[in-house]
Design a protein around this ligand. Sequence first.
Ligand code: C2E
Ligand code: MG
Ligand code: MG
Ligand code: MG
Length: 291
Amino acid sequence: AKAGLEKVRLAPADRSEKLNAQDRKGMLQNLEDAIARRTVSWYWQPKIDLRDGTVIGFEALVRWDPPNMTKVPAEQLIRTVEQSPLIEPFTTLCLDTVLGQFASVQELWPGTSISINVSVRMLERPGFVDNVLAMITHHGVTPERVILELTETALIAHPAQARRVVERLHRGGVRMSIDDFGAGFTSFGYLREFAIDEIKIDRSFVSRCTESRFDQSLVHSLVVLCDSLDIALIAEGIETDAVRDLLVSLGCHAGQGYGISHPLSFLELRRWMNEWRHTSITGGDSTTSRD
Ligand code: C2E
Ligand code: MG
Ligand code: MG
Ligand code: MG
């Protein structure tokens, strides 16, 4: 009976391991095709001034819904792509798509910026900075309106290289952000060593802050720190009005989350922007568009 049990336990694990390798291969093949056909898309999550609802920018988040496979979650997609040579064409498609779309609205929506997540792996590519800057120029986007989000792991894994890359992009006018701040091996030293323009408080602290004094203190400390260092502070993962109100009272004035808007397709975003302007307090715009 014991041996039988073991067999039962081992068999599925063994099979799933094989399936995983095969799945991964199949997924990469499908993805290569999807990149070539440009059927990978990016959804946009609005970032607002939490006090008055003014839209200050958007974060682009990858979405891939292949016809013959189940939808692949962004995190899984990125993990797989990062370990494959597809990371390069994927990043190029991301920059081309998102910057192209942003270029078409940057005059319509003044004062907004576009945030793009950057993979750690891209920092090691020799042509990365030139590519980003060339793509921004190509689409006629103002570099100051582009924010690149890096996770701390990027800064830890390749400190010297990451520092050079961040420095060059920053000098090119692009703003640099640390994503999921506080979730990993955060060191305040990064803020001194890297040319950082923005910090995004990890959503674990944001969602807990209504219940946890510790998380409130942490948010408030970051407010003070960022204020004095002239770094923008964004809260991510705001799901309720209670969290939004508390953040404002703690001095954190910018954020994003399901409670404001889920990530939207570019088409949905254009509709959302029109509706949001009508409902937001300061959104009274005399040149209201007709579409
Ligand atoms: P991230 O950059 O920290 O993005 C925030 C994630 O939280 C997104 O998940 C977003 O949909 C989700 N989110 C937003 N508001 C809320 C909320 O109120 N509550 C909760 N529970 N979640 C919220 P998503 O889109 O699945 O992306 C996951 C991660 O995948 C991203 O984390 C980012 O690290 C990575 N990623 C996404 N798109 C790209 C991309 O184009 N390039 C790269 N390199 N990485 C990407
Ligand atoms: Mg991000
Ligand atoms: Mg994040
Ligand atoms: Mg994340």
